[in-house]
Design a protein around this ligand. Structure first.
Ligand SMILES: Nc1ncnc2c1ncn2[C@@H]1O[C@H](COP(=O)(O)OP(=O)(O)O)[C@@H](O)[C@H]1O
Ligand SMILES: [Mg+2]
Length: 432
């Protein structure tokens, strides 16, 4: 059972005054002991966790995409039959699964006999995770949370290259399963590893870049959320990639998503929010090292992936960097080349715009989607080049930002870039 930890006032036990933060620390310790002794997790937490459950219950009353299993004594097996593991990441295991009659009855958008990806996510057990979730979901109204869930479950998401998240099944107190559209092809990382150093036609790189930009654009402008972990591991092909058929990429893994109070519009496309450090080390944009993220931060991620597609390496010599100090130094001091003998000048131009270190000067998704490289067949406007005045103002703002390197959780060993792509880089987050 989830106890009510939402005490906000101090109280006294045996003459000792306990304030709310001491009470919370005790709870986490007690929770930890329970897990140790009983072998099964409990869902500890403070007011945020209680509020999060209340929110889900409220949404469940009006939205068929959420099922809470606490009350009816059923388990995930009553809703899905798992066949095999599709993949495992830092946050959960993903199975291929088919829905049962009960699941289809609960959510008619599911098809009997059709395969889905079912991701199991541990509900928050640690302080930092609770804080991360509460910052994202509890920072917005229940209405916005519902709007976000509806948009990423809609058929439009597929059209815009975002994997549909159809159903969330919460097994209180420890687990949540998310039923998603099944991607039948490899992840972009696995495909790149397979490709090794074989050349990739620029037309194909440009098509993939366009799809990735559409995905983040949709997530920002329609779902109103930041992805915060854009990298080849989190893009996948809808179908196996075969020659002579245009491949379709999709963005998945909403594990680090941050829902904003309002969907992004052009005027807010460069706004930054104090969300703390988060993401996967080599893919973290400069402003996130300083604890801030916005829609523009996901554009940096797309820029890095496009750089890998075109030049088969990360910029700034990042793939040779071991550890946070080296990674940060490379990002701080490195520069993207303005030309390359093997890459068109239009492609190098958009790379420079996406990998602009100053987020206020970085291309927005709508600007990038209009660039010449992605629209060669039709006339397109070029991106604006920042004026020296704009650069000066921005440079001042940048000087005031403080960068604190986060605690490292995994050693980055010296490997070839293609070997390193095979590995799941550590994901860590540091609340500010
Ligand atoms: N919709 C999907 N269809 C097919 N495979 C998937 C799907 N979602 C995730 N996977 C597989 O599961 C792996 C881990 O999923 P992901 O959501 O990225 O988890 P994590 O949050 O732990 O990184 C992916 O790398 C991929 O191989
Ligand atoms: Mg992932």
């Amino acid at each position: 059972m989830l106890a009510d930890y939402s005490r906000e006032r101090s109280f006294t036990i045996g003459g000792t005054t306990i304030n709310p933060s001491t009470w919370r620390r005790w709870h986490l310790r007690i929770g930890g002991c329970c897990r140790w002794f009983c072998g099964s997790p409990v869902w500890p937490g403070g007011p945020e966790t209680v509020e999060l459950r209340r929110r889900y219950a409220e949404i469940e009353a009006t939205y068929e995409g959420i099922i809470t299993l606490e009350a009816n004594g059923r388990g995930i097996d009553d809703y899905f039959t798992k066949s095999h593991v599709l993949g495992e990441g830092g946050f959960g295991t993903v199975w291929q699964a088919t829905p049962t009659k009960r699941a289809v009855k609960a959510l008619p958008a599911l098809r009997m006999g059709q395969g889905y990806a079912l991701k199991r996510v541990r509900l928050p057990l640690r302080d930092a995770e609770i804080e991360m979730i509460s910052k994202s979901l509890l920072g917005v109204s229940t209405g916005r949370m519902l709007q976000f869930l509806k948009v990423i479950a809609s058929p439009e998401a597929t059209e815009e290259h975002v994997t549909r998240n159809l159903l969330r099944i919460l097994e209180i107190p420890h687990t949540m399963h998310i039923a998603m559209e099944l991607l039948e092809g490899p992840t972009l990382r696995d495909w790149l590893v397979q490709l090794e150093n074989k050349p990739l036609p620029e037309t194909l790189a440009s098509e993939l870049a366009k799809q990735m930009l559409k995905a983040v654009h949709f997530l920002h402008r329609s779902a109103g959320a930041l992805h915060r972990d854009v990298k080849p591991q989190n893009f996948g092909f809808a179908r196996p990639v075969v020659q002579d058929q245009p491949p379709t990429l999709q963005l998945f893994d909403m594990g680090m998503v941050h829902v904003l109070p309002e969907p992004v519009v052009e005027a807010s496309a460069r706004e930054l929010y104090a969300l703390g450090m988060g993401g996967t080390m080599h893919w973290i944009p400069p402003e996130t090292w300083a604890g801030r993220s916005g829609a523009c931060s996901d554009l940096w991620g797309v820029g890095l992936v496009v750089h890998v597609l075109l030049l088969r390496q990360l910029p700034f010599g990042l793939q040779h960097c071991e550890g946070r100090v080296a990674v940060w130094d490379a990002i701080r001091t490195g520069a993207v080349a303005s030309s390359n003998a093997n890459v068109s000048k239009e492609a190098m131009y958009i790379l420079g715009q996406l990998l602009e270190k100053e987020p206020l000067l970085r291309a927005t998704s709508s600007e990038a989607l209009q660039c010449e490289w992605l629209n060669r067949s039709r006339a397109s406007s070029d991106l604006r080049t920042p004026t020296p005045g704009a650069r000066k103002t921005v440079a001042k703002a940048v000087q005031q930002r403080k960068v604190q390197l986060p605690v490292e959780t995994e050693r980055w060993e010296e490997r070839s870039f293609w070997q390193s792509l095979m590995l799941q880089t550590s994901q860590w987050s540091k609340p500010d």
